[in-house]
Structure formats: C-alpha cells, structure tokens
Design a protein around this ligand. Structure first.
Ligand code: UTP
Length: 287
C-alpha cells in the first residue's frame, strides 16, 4: 500500500529551548526564514505524501495559522504590489492537505501518535519529528519509503553517533541485511556508552505499519508517565520484522540550541542572497 499519510507530533513542550518555547512552538523557530516544520512538510511532499496530520497541543496555534490562508496579509501584499511575497505566502497554504488533532496533555511521543489513530486508519504511514532537519539530495523519507516498498514492514531512520553522545538517543541492535539496511532485534533508550548495542541511533523519521497502534495501546507509561514510541516498537520487533535505514544526508537536531545554531549557519551558507556577506561576517569573527 502506498504511504500517503504523515503524522507530525508537535505537542511536546520544548523544554530544551526555553524560554523562547514558552509562547512560541519549537516547530515554528526559523531556519533562516522558514519555520522548522515547513522544511519537514516540504520533505514529506517531495517523498509523495498527500495528507499531513499534525498533533498539536496548548500554545501551538501558530502552526495551524502558518499553513492556513491569511486573507489580511494577502490583501496587504496585493495592494503593495509585492507579487513574489504574495505567491510565497499563498504557496504555503496550498502545499498539501492538512488535518489537526490535539494531544490534551504531553504524555509522550507514543501517546501523541496514538492520537492520530482515527485519522490514519488502517494503512502504513510516515512520522516526522519536526525538529530533526535532514539536508539530503534524495529526501530522507523518500529513501525510507523505498525500503518500506521492498520489505513491507516498519522502517526506522538511524544515524551513526559518536560514543560520547550515544546516551542521548534510542539505539538499535540489528543485523545488517543490505548496504545501510538493518533488521532490528532490540532497541535501548538512552543507554550508557558502554551498554549501547551499536552506534546506530534512531532519529526523527519513521515509516510505521498500522499495527503499531495496538502496541501503543498496550504500552504502559514509563517513569515520567509518558508512553514511549520506542517501547511499542521494541515490542513490535519481537513479533514482526522491523528494519532500520542508515539514510544518506546531514541531520541537524534543531530542537537543541547547538544543533539549531549549526543548522542556521549551514543553511544560510547555501543561500545565494546571503552567502557572500555572511561568509565575510564569519571570517571577521575573532574565533
Ligand atoms: P522531544 O522530547 O524531542 O520534544 O519529543 P519536546 O518534548 O517538545 O522537547 P524537549 O525535550 O522538552 O526540549 C519528540 C517529538 O515528539 C513530540 C514533540 O513535539 C517532538 O516533535 N511530542 C513529545 C509530542 O507531540 N507529545 C509529547 O507528549 C511528547
């Protein structure tokens, strides 16, 4: 079955990025001049997704407004003859079909995905964590969908991570079945470096089969009262094959301050309208 739908859980509290995330959703922070979540929406569209389901929560209305039409702004831009800006603003709301549902309480990523159960229905779907930005020639989700098409089972995106930072991630134990493709037998959430089963860390892209909802419903909340997606996938891997793809591309954890700064610098460097002056500025810094 074709992967038509993508779920964007965006109801997290963004505590790593306080205070800015007190009133602004993390997903709306800009990479140069576009909110993080729009990069992911564009990746989804470039990967063939037709339907985007965003899980929002309190204080997240800016996301809905961003992908909606804005008649006042369009009128103003039209009056001022700003045709290019008008087109850009219109294009954003015409990108794809959006649906929204709310997670009333931030009870974890797994719980957020469960909130999309009715909207997803009985078909495989993609998941995007909007603060993981992947810069790649072939969109990362497209690479994953290719793997799904071949194996017809859940696919996780993984990235090799140095030992010092492995304890920030969920880490897979897996057997390599093809170049860059692994069959997952276990997953460990945030292991100590010496206990990590590999250096392959799970990052924010998934292709999930709909039976994940049964596993999520049967997953007990962890220590912090949150239902973890990792726990549900781990249980799934005991009964069904689960695959992982070491995707090709550069990934930035833009939900973290340092990752966000790195992403902004490298995306600015790629912009013809900014590159030259920006490089001059960087050269002038006393580093
Ligand atoms: P993170 O843990 O990275 O995001 O969750 P967070 O909770 O927003 O941020 P920090 O860690 O406090 O800084 C991964 C993804 O899951 C979503 C988040 O919005 C993010 O996209 N999420 C997390 C939910 O939608 N609901 C939750 O209850 C938890």
């Amino acid at each position: 079955m074709k992967i038509r739908k993508a779920v964007f859980p965006a109801a997290g509290l963004g505590t790593r990025f306080l205070p800015v995330t007190k009133a602004i959703p993390k997903e709306m922070l800009p990479l140069v001049d576009k909110p993080l979540i729009q990069y992911c929406v564009e990746e989804a569209i470039a990967s063939g997704i037709e339907d985007i389901i965003i899980i929002t929560g309190r204080g997240k209305t800016a996301i809905e407004d961003h992908f909606d039409t804005s008649k006042e702004l369009e009128f103003l831009l039209e009056e001022k003859g700003k045709r290019d800006l008008l087109k850009m603003v219109r294009d954003i709301s015409n990108l794809v079909k959006f649906s929204y549902t709310r997670q009333k309480e931030a009870l974890g990523l797994g719980h957020a995905i469960l909130c999309a159960k009715d909207l997803v229905g009985n078909e495989p779907f993609a998941v995007f964590l909007g603060d993981d930005i992947i810069d790649s020639e072939v969109p990362a989700m497209k690479q994953m969908i290719e793997v799904y098409k071949k194996y017809r089972h859940t696919v996780l995106a993984v990235q090799r991570v140095p030992k010092e930072s492995i304890s920030n991630y969920g880490v897979i134990k897996g057997e390599q079945v093809e170049d860059r493709i692994f069959k997952v037998s276990d997953m460990v959430e945030k292991p100590r470096a010496e206990d990590a089963p590999s250096d392959l860390a799970v990052i924010g892209r998934y292709v999930l089969t709909p039976d994940i909802f049964d596993y999520l419903e049967n997953t007990r909340p962890g220590k912090l009262g949150e239902i973890q997606l990792t726990d549900a996938i781990k249980n799934m891997a005991l009964r069904h094959p689960v695959y992982a793809l070491e995707f090709e591309g550069d990934r930035y954890d833009a939900g973290d301050k340092l990752g966000f700064l790195k992403a902004n610098v490298s995306f600015a460097m790629k912009r013809d309208d900014l590159k030259e002056e920006f490089i001059e500025f960087l050269k002038g810094l006393k580093l």
